[in-house]
Design a binder for this molecule. Structure first.
Ligand SMILES: Nc1ncnc2c1ncn2[C@@H]1O[C@H](COP(=O)(O)OP(=O)(O)OP(=O)(O)O)[C@@H](O)[C@H]1O
Ligand SMILES: [Mg+2]
Length: 506
């Protein structure tokens, strides 16, 4: 039986950048083919060629053994090829239901939207796909969390017959039970004979889901492995072309000098937070998605209003509600949502690395072009940003490479307190190791670091101390010596466990 989809000798260039060079690869029906590779290796580009978003510069596509040519995403859709993109596009001012069926909304006479039919459809589709109760169809696009935006994309792709479905890093912002629902769904698609393509940087997921693993390196196919017989080391070698030394190697350099001291901090979503981070200390902030970790970070950075409580940096009150003043006071936050909160997509890597977070800060800043350029280059090299030059537009980088630029800005700035929110989300394994090394270096220089991460191995590997949150409150704290995945999870779900043992209901 021919593969459901096949790319044959596909090459794709963007100006001087060769994103893909002569890739030939099968995507058989009824199997999950994982696609791995470093940031910028060409994974998203390959998917976009399959889905008609890009035309190959050279080579061609086959579906069920027949050569096809897609001139638009609509062509690919009609042929049963769907993609859940890395960066979902959501219409802000309409509901989830309207976002899902955008372009094919049910109409009544006079072209008025048929709301009753829309409701019937969305209810049936949510039920069929196992997302009933996970996503409220009446929410507006602008109200959605990153996770909910992903779910809308998944629904969009699955509200019709599909032969090939590609997921581009779908779980990076999903909570545990949303991930479970998604994996169950992928299992059903595989059983139904769909060719599933799954792009991720998370090894654990890959081994949980994939039948075969294809690795791209610098736009070329480095190898295809059988998931049952390969291992992590082999995949890393294929991806980065070398062995990686220990991911985490840091010695404890924490001092007793508090740099950030938060007392009774309360916002709309977090309550009564007491938290201290010392010079040279790396504190991990763990918790499930929605626990309030990012809200706490944004409040400290001056981006969300504080209702009560205090915070001091080196003994001086942190100026709540004034992001620019917070930066000048020495606190930097590398936020979770890179596109919305952090990047100037039309500007260069150099500008984005050195630029003040807010344009209005520029006039306070002393600009030294030469030093700036050197710093941007140094971090682009260390983090392995795949780009022709640091003068390249950030908007043209791959998703993971954009994330590296946001991080570089804050790492290079060396603030007194550095808060990193999901610093390695979407980042490849080689650059991850380097980011961990940079965090260790900063701690050694006396920076107080707060790392928010949903990846427990990362929290355990980096942190001197782990603080755990649930439902907007701190539920416990663990020293590095006592921190295990089980202990963190128990605290992250402390309220639920308490509710179960006392037999309380909500
Ligand atoms: N529209 C575009 N214009 C210019 N260059 C592009 C464009 N899209 C991708 N590229 C370049 O092509 C290369 C491959 O990018 P691609 O997005 O496919 O990487 P990826 O493997 O998906 O990486 P990531 O893991 O970071 O998502 C990169 O060097 C990227 O900068
Ligand atoms: Mg990508």
């Amino acid at each position: 039986m021919p593969a459901a989809a096949r790319v044959v000798a596909v090459t794709k260039t963007f100006g001087a950048v060769r994103a893909l060079g002569g890739v030939t690869l099968d995507f058989p029906g009824g199997q999950v083919t994982a696609l791995m590779g470093e940031n910028g290796a060409g994974k998203s580009t390959l998917l976009k060629i399959l889905t008609g978003d890009h035309r190959p510069t050279d080579g061609h596509l086959e579906l069920d053994g027949r050569r096809v040519e897609f001139t638009s995403p609509a062509d690919a859709r009609a042929a049963g090829v769907r993609i859940i993109p890395q960066e979902p596009e959501i219409i802000p001012h309409v509901s989830v239901a309207e976002n899902v069926y955008a372009g094919a909304l049910p109409r009544r006479a006079g072209r008025r939207l048929d709301r009753a039919e829309l409701r019937r459809r969305i209810t049936a589709d949510l039920e069929r796909l196992g997302f009933a109760g996970v996503l409220d169809p009446d929410l507006l696009g602008s109200q959605l969390t990153p996770a909910q935006r992903q779910l809308v994309e998944i629904l969009r792709a699955l509200t019709g017959e599909a032969k090939v479905i590609a997921f581009d890093e779908p779980t990076s912002s999903l909570s545990e039970h949303e991930v479970d629902a998604l994996f169950a769904l992928i299992g059903r698609l595989r059983e139904a004979g769909v060719a599933v393509i799954y792009v991720s940087h998370r090894m654990q997921e890959i081994f949980q889901l994939a039948d075969r693993i294809a690795v791209l390196r610098d736009g070329e196919l480095a190898g295809v492995q059988d998931a049952a017989t390969t291992d992590e080391g082999q995949l890393v070698r294929l991806m980065v072309g070398r062995d990686l030394s220990a991911m985490f190697s840091r010695s404890r350099v924490a001092t007793d000098r508090p740099v950030l001291a938060v007392r009774g901090l309360t916002t709309d979503h977090v309550r009564d937070i007491d938290l201290t981070v010392h010079a040279g200390e790396v504190v991990g902030l763990a918790g499930l998605i929605g626990a309030g970790r990012s809200e706490l970070a944004l409040a400290l950075a001056g981006d969300l209003p504080v209702r009560s409580g205090t915070a001091t940096l080196d003994g001086r009150p942190l100026p709540f509600g004034r992001p620019g003043a917070v930066i000048r006071a020495g606190l930097g936050l590398a936020p979770e949502e890179r596109k919305a909160q952090a990047l100037f997509l039309q500007r260069s890597i150099r500008d984005n690395t050195s630029i003040a977070v807010l344009e209005r800060l520029r006039r306070f800043r002393f600009v030294r072009r030469g030093a700036e350029k050197q710093l941007a280059q140094e971090y682009a090299d260390r983090l392995r940003v795949r780009t022709p030059s640091i003068e390249h537009e950030v908007g043209k980088l791959s998703g993971g490479n954009q994330q590296k630029v946001v991080l570089a800005r804050w790492l290079a700035r060396r603030p007194k307190v550095l808060i990193l929110d999901e610093p390695t989300r979407g980042i490849d394994v080689g650059a991850k190791a380097e980011i961990y090394r940079i965090i260790a270096d900063l701690a050694e220089q006396g920076v107080a670091v707060l790392v928010i991460s949903s990846e427990l191995p990362e929290v355990l590997g980096l942190a001197d101390r782990v603080v755990v949150m649930q439902n907007g409150r701190i539920t416990g704290e663990l020293d590095r010596r006592d921190a295990t995945e089980e202990a963190i999870l128990a605290l992250a779900m402390a309220d639920d466990l308490a509710a179960t043992t006392t037999g309380a209901t909500r």
